[in-house]
Design a protein around this ligand. Sequence first.
Ligand code: ZN
Length: 343
Amino acid sequence: MARVGFCLDPAFVEHDAGEGHPERPERLDTVRRGLEEAGLLPDLLALPARPASREELLRVHTAAHVDRLAAAAGRHVRIDPDTAMSPRSHEAALAAAGAVVEAVHRVLDGELDRAFCAVRPPGHHATPERAMGFCLFNNVAVGAAAALARGLRRVAVLDFDVHHGNGTQDTFWREPRVLFVSSHQFPYYPGTGALDEVGEGEGRGFTVNLPMPGGCGDGEYVRAWREVVEPIGRAHDPELVLVSAGFDAHRDDPLGGMALSGAGFGALMDVCLAVAGGAAGGRLVAVLEGGYSMGGVADSAAAVVGRILGRAGPGADAKAHPGFERLMGAYREEHSKHWRTLG
Ligand SMILES: [Zn+2]
């Protein structure tokens, strides 16, 4: 059986984004409950979190950003209309980024095969310079940067959160060692993630965006991920796969406008595992991002972690809306400029 680490540290629950905020601590209880009800908890290995070091954060973030968040420790600070810090948010944010770094190291050391980090606050909107969109530090980017610092030459970050991972895109915009692929509702928050945003300089082609109209469900997602994400991911042949696992494209999510089922999320994780099946030898670290329907989070987390453990799950409906064919053509046309594997 695969050795899979699971990190859910008490520090993550201490971050309070404010009264009535959808990104609330109960989300993590819900993840745990989902895994428990699916009978997965006994098969997971406890993975402790620890604070990310300043050096680890500075691989992604500016010193000004790291210092600004440190200065907010112990205080209530509002960063933007969506993003706020409570007295223990800084501690939680350090632990969230540190958990991902720790998972990356343990997987690369061969101590674990894969890991799932159920962290808060989420990370993929945090840019090198600023916190935004519920995110303080970019946990998955800090994890990818830790892998590069160890000498890895090819890493992939695959992002199926309903929102575009603008912060991760910004971090690796000119970096050919990191393939960043995101499918997301578009146009939607945060406004980035158009098809022609493909990276610049040496990083050109290594940012792959799949903007999708609201209402897409299992059929559309499964086609886009199997027919675009998988061949590009396999062509990059990463030595480690990181996944920004947001569950807000679930059909019950109050923020997202998509229609994925739990089984659909499982099918997306199957694609992530296929991409990890080459040079990575199955090494994969998944990191929680969004997901605000409690039923949806429990359902999706169970499907995703089940696949990470190597358990088969129910198949997803792979039949897309006929109108989606045109968008598939547009994805192929844009991304085959760099990825000939798309044909
Ligand atoms: Zn999201």
